[in-house]
Design a protein around this ligand. Sequence first.
Ligand code: THG
Length: 374
Amino acid sequence: MPSQFAIARSPRLRSTPFHDRVVAAGVHSFTVYNHMLLPTGYESPEESYRHLLESVQIWDVAVERQVEVRGRDALALVELMTPRDIASCRVGQCKYAPLVDEHGGIVNDPLILRLAEDCFWVSVADSDVLLWAKGIAAGRGLDVAVHEPDVSPLALQGPLADEVAEAVFGTWTRALRFFRFRETEIDGIPLVVARSGWSKQGGFEIYLRDGTFGAALWDRIVDAGLSYGIRPGTPNLIERIEGRLISYGSDVTLEHDPFEAGLEAFCDLDKPAEYLAHEALSARRARPPLRRLERVVVGGKRADPNGDFLPLHVAGRAAGRISSMAYSPRLERNVALAMVATGLGQRGLQVTLEDGSQRDVAVVGEDWGASADS
Ligand code: THG
């Protein structure tokens, strides 16, 4: 099998407003996400990880598309889609909220932003929430408009993100709280600026509201960031596994419920509003899940992160699968997220990697330090 190939371009495969700048910055790979090109690397994942933990990066995450829900029944429609309480979300606030269908399956795990009492942006991971939302709205006869606006997020992540944000937008960004946002503009470029992002290193997400300004916004931020050592980056596999940030479609799919995904903290199962998953999740709450997404460490030497379907076993019995894995230079071990069968006990958990090696797998708690070798 050839190891190198190109992705054929067509109008179905959309590029982002930052595409030219991303290419000029030396991107070496993309993946496809929400029918769009998501940059996945400029340098080695280890080098980018090291830089992200000590500096600041600019990420083209325009693939995080917004599904705008606006109108008299906007709140009712968003509430129907998620077990999280959305009525309590203030204008100017974001909430991380799994979308769940009537069988309890996770449809997506977006951030939901409330722009006005009757207007939400559902900032989606990789699945077709636009169609799901339109279907529910049509089926229920709701008074809402559902569409994908011309909005493209750019992330500024890392410990020096505050310095760069202040230089670009002004001192008010320092006082912006986690998961709060403000509508603003610079040089006539309309934006929403939030303190959020798909890393645990802190930072901002800058939602560009007019794609024709993509290059101008990118340049403005990079210019302000140069003296802080800003580099182009991407969501980092190593960092987000360590931080247990779920990648929908990989770690969790429609086959999994919020208990299996470990997302129960983001569910208000007894919220006042009607929601599609109410009955299904109430029934599942009563019995422990048969599998759970766990942090695991995989023993042995540095593992190749490109295997995408790695069954786990205990004494020859199927015990789940690894969905994301990377070698952490900081922890000096292979870290991974895995859907692991409960009730098998965790002793003797093993995986056979694509290179044929048998590795010991250990489930760890919050703390990655509790390792396979102890
Ligand atoms: N930002 C925006 N849209 C997004 C993502 C994002 N859409 C796709 C994807 N990422 C959605 N998934 C997540 C997953 C986790 C978080 C955000 C989006 C997240 N979680 C924090 C955590 O788990 O520690 C905080 C959760 C909380 O305290 O409420 O930030 O990144 N715009």
